[in-house]
Every structure is written in structure tokens, then in C-alpha cells.
Design a protein around this ligand. Structure first.
Ligand code: NAG
Ligand code: NAG
Ligand code: NAG
Length: 483
């Protein structure tokens, strides 16, 4: 489906290149500037503007067009047809994009022609996408088309799995930066430009309905720089800009709707399918001409295009599936403090159940032993576990304390005063039910019982207070570290 869509889009786009350039209203001017003659003059010279042009025998596709000794201007724009998922487990992301590059080749006819390119006879730049990426597919979609002004448009489709180093210390409140670069070897000065076919006024456009990610795209940066593979000191950024992509979260919901042809011409779908963000060019920080002068034909000093995504993780999933459930489980464990200390089965089973539920919840979050560091979510889960375990231990302590009290009370010399004290308020109620023999035992139980009650009473306030303090600290620290 997506593939069909991409092809359809390209056909549409390529047909609109011509429109784009003629809409500019300067086609004939461009021709005249470049050639010194008009289309009419050319027609008079016997050249048919709509013919298929066959590359002459003397055309050498190994020679770069342009003046020898100067860099050839190649401008490109990218249209990202599919993005994601970003995997924090294997630290890669999947991307499909169409890269369109255009340059001027003086050896070609100046009017619009379809070039017979079945044998790849026209010169084209050698593009090498980043070396550490898996290129799943790299294909030239459409033969180069020559447009007025001897401009050649080349369209390539890339499908890649790109590594992205992610830092997960603040997971799931993390922000990541993932990017991709492409080197253009052979004495070219490559830059980002606005392709007439995109009509988005953005060098990097994203089909927002096809973004499948736990992240949301905040902005996309695009840069072009010189790169010397032998010395990184020679790196100089000669073009850079940022496109703001915030506020387009709704496009995810538009997905299904925008797959229907009936809806394609609606503004909402056009905005989502061909969205380019609100782009802003940055002024160059330094003069790169000394570095550009060193760019060579051989390929060890070349120019490179790069774009990168600034991502922030969507929190709604973790809030619904981790934070709220674990908060509830911890809260449920406090119910124990309101139950009778004597009802051991109820309180232990409640405690054990909450502990087990916490263990299950934390396995769902997933351990990441390959990262070998503690993430924010691990701290959260561990603390929640600790709170439910402490609640269970509190009961163990209450139970134990009660029994200790009764044991101590059993030694007769110590207990008289204590027994009297604790026994007095309950004397009336207990008197008619119990005979004299059982009396000491009951009174000692009451001593332990009241102590246990006191412990429970304190816990009712202590546990929630400490937990709320922990929750506040946790989110406070995370929101502070995000800035
Ligand atoms: C590429 O872009 C630069 C800067 O926008 C411009 O000066 C140059 O003419 C463009 N080259 C081509 C071949 O479009
Ligand atoms: C140059 O043209 C020949 C055919 O004439 C083709 O086989 C070869 O792949 C082309 N080289 C490049 C770099 O396009
Ligand atoms: C989209 O196309 C339909 C017909 O296919 C037309 O009725 C509708 O007005 C168009 N909408 C826009 C926004 O152009």
C-alpha cells in the first residue's frame, strides 16, 4: 500500500516539476540565460522539444559536468515516506525516503526532454549513505529527466536501518537525537534545497501519517558540511537550518483517512502527507570557502548532507500502563493498615498479592541488561516494589510485636501493672465472656493488640506520606533533568 502510494506520489511529483518550473514564469528567461537562445530558435534549429533525447556517443558519463577546478552545485531535498519504529533495544530506526537531487549539465539539450537512460549514460553523482547503516534498498526510481536550463533531476529511493545511539537514563522521559548523513564524492558542493516537486518549501518533508513511533518529532535539523575522512578538523558547516514539526501529532490519527483518494485533496491530508514543517535557515557560523577549496575529486575530502530528528517520547503509554497501575498497587497495599491485626490470612494474602502484582508489572516494563545502567523507570519500579514489600513487612512486624508482648506478659512478675493498665478499659466487655483462667492470656493479647493498632495507625500516615514524597521527587527530578 505504502509502496503504491510512493510510486503514485512520485509520478505526480515528477509531472509537477515541469509545472513548478513553468509556474515560476522564468523558463524562457532561464533558457536564454543559459543558452543565449529561446525555445523557438531551438525549434527552428530542428530540435523537437518533446522528443526523447539519445545521449550522443561522445558523452562521457565519467566526467563531472561543470567547469573543471570548481565544485559542481548539487542541491537535494528529501521526502521521508516512512519513518520508524525507533528501537531503543537494538538502537536503530527504520527509514524510507526519496532523495531528489538536481544539477546542471551543460552537455545536455536545454529544453525539456526525456532522456533515453536505459543504459545509465548520463553522469550522476555518487552518493554513499552513512557507512554504518544497513541499506535495505537503494534504487533509482526514475530515469533522470532534463528540465529547462539543462537541469537534471535524479530521484532515488532509500530504505535503511540506521543506528542511533540513545541515552535511556531518563526513560521513559527521554529525548533522543537520531540522524542520517550522505556523502557526495567527486568534487561536488552539495546543499539542501527546495525541490519544485515537493511544493512544501522545506528541504526535508515527512509524510506524517506514515510515522510509526513511540516518539514525537519535535524538529528536524538539516545541515551540509565538508568532511575530510583523514582529518575531522576540516569539518565546516556551510548550510544549516531547522524545521519545527511540533503540533502535528494529529496526523497519526489522520492515517487511515488520508489513504483514501477521496480525501487526498483535503487541506488536512495535504498538510499531513507532504508536511515540511516551519523551516528556518541559520546564518553560517564561519566562512567555509577555505575548506570548500580543498574538496577534491578523489573522494577523501567531500561534502555531506545530514538531517536529524529531535525526538521526545510520548508518555501516554507509560502513564497508562506503568505509572497508574503501580501507583494503584502501592495504594492497595495500604489497605492492610486498616484491617484487623488479628486477621493474619487477610493481611498476608493482600501483602503477597500486591508484591506479586508489582513483580508482574515490572517484568512488563522490560529489563534491558544490554544497556547495563539504571533507567528512571527502573528506579520507579524498584521503589514501588520496596513500598509494597515494606507494607508486608510492617504486618510481619505488627504480628511479631503483638506476640512478643504476649510472651513478655507471660512472665508474671513484670506484667501485673501492665496488665491492669491495658485491661481496665476493656474489663466490662470481656468479663462476661471469659472465665478467670483465660483472663491473663486475653489481657496480654490486648496489650500486643493495642500496640499493633498503634503501629498500623502510624503506618496509615507514614506510608502515603513517604510515597507521595517519593512520587513528587521522582517527577520533579525528571522534569528538571529534561530542561
Ligand atoms: C543550489 O542552491 C544554491 C543555494 O540556494 C543556489 O545558489 C544554486 O544555484 C542551486 N543550484 C542548482 C543547480 O539548483
Ligand atoms: C556509463 O555508461 C555506461 C554505458 O555507456 C554504463 O554501463 C555505466 O554504468 C555508466 N557509468 C555510470 C557511472 O553511470
Ligand atoms: C476534493 O475533490 C472532490 C471531488 O473529487 C471535491 O468535491 C472537493 O471539493 C475537493 N476538495 C477540495 C478541498 O478541493
Amino acid at each position: 500500500m505504502v509502496e503504491i502510494k510512493t510510486c503514485w506520489f512520485l509520478v505526480l511529483c515528477v509531472s509537477s516539476i515541469g509545472q513548478g518550473s513553468s509556474d515560476g514564469g522564468s523558463t524562457s528567461t532561464v533558457n536564454r540565460e543559459n543558452d543565449g537562445r529561446s525555445v523557438i530558435e531551438a525549434a527552428a534549429a530542428g530540435e523537437d522539444p518533446d522528443s526523447v533525447w539519445t545521449v550522443p556517443e561522445d558523452y562521457d558519463n565519467r566526467t563531472r559536468p561543470g567547469t573543471p577546478g570548481t565544485l559542481l552545485d548539487v542541491n537535494c531535498s528529501a521526502f521521508i515516506t516512512k519513518l520508524g519504529p525507533f528501537s531503543d533495544r537494538i538502537m536503530t530506526f527504520v527509514i524510507s525516503f526519496v532523495l531528489q537531487c538536481w544539477w546542471k549539465d551543460d552537455r545536455l539539450p536545454y529544453h525539456k526532454v526525456m532522456v533515453d537512460e536505459s543504459k545509465m549514460k548520463i553522469w550522476r553523482p555518487l552518493i554513499s549513505p552513512m557507512i554504518h547503516a544497513d541499506v535495505l534498498k537503494d534504487e533509482e526510481m526514475i530515469y533522470p529527466v532534463v528540465y529547462p536550463g539543462r537541469i537534471v533531476y535524479m530521484t532515488k529511493l532509500y530504505d535503511m536501518r540506521v543506528p542511533c545511539q540513545m541515552h535511556l537514563y531518563t526513560y521513559p522521559h527521554d529525548r533522543q537525537m537520531c540522524g542520517l548523513d550522505m556523502s557526495f564524492v567527486g568534487g561536488l558542493k552539495v546543499g539542501w534545497g527546495f525541490s519544485p516537486y515537493m511544493q512544501t518549501k522545506s528541504p526535508v518533508a515527512i509524510s506524517m501519517t506514515n510515522v510509526r513511533s513511540a516518539f514525537q518529532i519535535d524538529h528536524v535539523d538539516y545541515i551540509s558540511y565538508t568532511l575530510n575522512v583523514q582529518s575531522y578538523r576540516d569539518t565546516c558547516i556551510y548550510q544549516s537550518g531547522t524545521c519545527d514539526y511540533s503540533g502535528y501529532a494529529d496526523c497519526i490519527k489522520m492515517g487511515i483517512k488520508c489513504f483514501k483518494a477521496e480525501n487526498l485533496n483535503t487541506t488536512a491530508c495535504i498538510n499531513c502527507l507532504q508536511f515540511g514543517g516551519r523551516c528556518e535557515k541559520h546564518p553560517p557560523k564561519q566562512d567555509c570557502s577555505p575548506f570548500l577549496n580543498k574538496v577534491n575529486l578523489v573522494g577523501d575530502f567531500h561534502t555531506t548532507l545530514e538531517f536529524r530528528f529531535a525526538l521526545s517520547r510520548r508518555l501516554s503509554y507509560q502513564i497508562l500502563h506503568t505509572y497508574v497501575p503501580s501507583f494503584c498497587v502501592v495504594a492497595i497495599s495500604w489497605v492492610s493498615f486498616w484491617l484487623d491485626p488479628a486477621s493474619a490470612p487477610a493481611r498476608t494474602s493482600l501483602g503477597v498479592t500486591t508484591v506479586l502484582t508489582m513483580v508482574t508489572l515490572s517484568t512488563k516494563v522490560g529489563a534491558t541488561p544490554q544497556h547495563n545502567y539504571v533507567r528512571a523507570i527502573d528506579v520507579w519500579m524498584l521503589s514501588c516494589k520496596l513500598f509494597v514489600v515494606l507494607a508486608l513487612l510492617e504486618y510481619a512486624f505488627v504480628n511479631f510485636a503483638a506476640r512478643q508482648a504476649s510472651k513478655a506478659a507471660k512472665s508474671p512478675e513484670e506484667t501485673d501493672a501492665e496488665v491492669d493498665k491495658s485491661f481496665v478499659p476493656n474489663e466490662d466487655s470481656l468479663d462476661d465472656e471469659n472465665n478467670g483462667i483465660e483472663l491473663p492470656k486475653i489481657s496480654f493479647t490486648i496489650t500486643g493488640y493495642s500496640m499493633a493498632k498503634k503501629l498500623d495507625y502510624v503506618s496509615r500516615f507514614l506510608f502515603p506520606t513517604f510515597y507521595i514524597a517519593f512520587v513528587a521527587t521522582y517527577f520533579g527530578v525528571l522534569s528538571y533533568s529534561e530542561e
